[in-house]
Design a protein. Structure first.
Length: 215
C-alpha cells in the first residue's frame, strides 16, 4: 500500500520542485485529490458490511452507515444464522432517500432464518488527502487498490504542468536554459496533455468493472 507521502515525493521529483516553490504543497494535495475524484467510478474502494440481521416479519432494513453512500455492488444473505456462507439475494429493491437508503425484501417470507446476516458490498470514492504540510502527509494512507497509486500523480502532473512560472521571471517552468520565451503556451499545453493522456491510458488498463449485483 502506498502512502500519500510517497506520492508527494514522486510529484516533487517529477516537477523538480522539492521545496514546493513552483507548485505549493497544498496545491499538490488538491491536485492529487482531483485525480482521485477523476478515477471514480472506474477505480474505487470496496466497502462491505454484514451488521444487518433478519428480524421476524420485517421486510425493510435501513442501510448501515459504512455502505449508505456508495454504489451497491452486491447484496447477499447468510444461509443460516452464524454460518458465514452467503448467497446472492435477488428479490429485493433499494429505496433511495436524502439520508440513507432502505433495503426492501420483495417476498412475503424471509430469504433465510431469523438472525441471519445480510451482507451489502458497495463501491465508494477514495478517501481524500487532508494533510496541511509535508510532515503530516507521511502518515496518510492511499485508499485505492495496490498498483493504482500512480494515477493521481499523473493527473496532478497534468494540472501542475499547465501552470506557468511567475510571469515576472525571465523564463518559464520547463525552459532548458534561462532564456526569455524559451517555452511558450503551446509547449506548456503539450506537456500537460501528455500527462493527462498517460492518466487515461493507465486508468483504462486498471479499471475495476462493477460486478452484476442482482439477477
Amino acid at each position: 500500500m502506498s502512502y500519500s507521502g510517497d506520492m508527494i515525493d514522486d510529484l516533487r521529483d517529477r516537477l523538480n520542485d522539492a521545496a514546493d516553490t513552483q507548485v505549493p504543497f497544498l496545491s499538490k494535495i488538491r491536485y492529487l485529490n482531483r485525480g482521485q475524484a477523476a478515477m471514480f467510478p472506474r477505480i474505487y474502494r470496496v466497502i462491505r458490511d454484514a451488521t444487518v440481521v433478519l428480524v421476524g416479519d420485517t421486510y425493510e432494513y435501513t442501510f448501515p452507515g459504512p455502505v449508505a453512500t456508495g454504489k451497491v455492488l452486491t447484496v447477499e444473505v447468510e444461509s443460516d444464522d452464524g454460518s458465514a456462507r452467503y448467497t446472492p439475494l435477488t428479490r429485493y429493491d433499494i429505496v433511495p432517500s436524502f439520508t440513507v437508503p432502505t433495503l426492501v425484501l420483495l417476498d412475503y417470507s424471509l430469504p433465510s432464518a431469523v438472525g441471519a446476516a445480510i451482507r451489502i458490498t458497495t463501491a465508494e470514492r477514495l478517501l481524500p488527502f487532508t494533510a496541511g504540510n509535508y510532515g503530516a502527509s507521511q502518515s496518510e494512507v492511499y485508499s485505492g487498490p495496490d498498483g493504482t497509486e500512480e494515477l493521481p500523480i499523473l493527473y496532478a502532473m497534468g494540472l501542475a504542468t499547465a501552470r506557468v512560472l511567475d510571469d515576472r521571471m525571465d523564463y518559464k517552468r520547463y525552459a532548458a536554459t534561462q532564456q526569455p520565451g524559451a517555452i511558450g503556451p503551446s509547449d506548456i499545453m503539450q506537456v500537460s496533455q501528455f500527462w493527462f493522456s498517460q492518466f487515461e491510458i493507465l486508468l483504462d488498463r486498471l479499471q475495476m468493472p462493477f460486478p452484476v449485483s442482482r439477477a
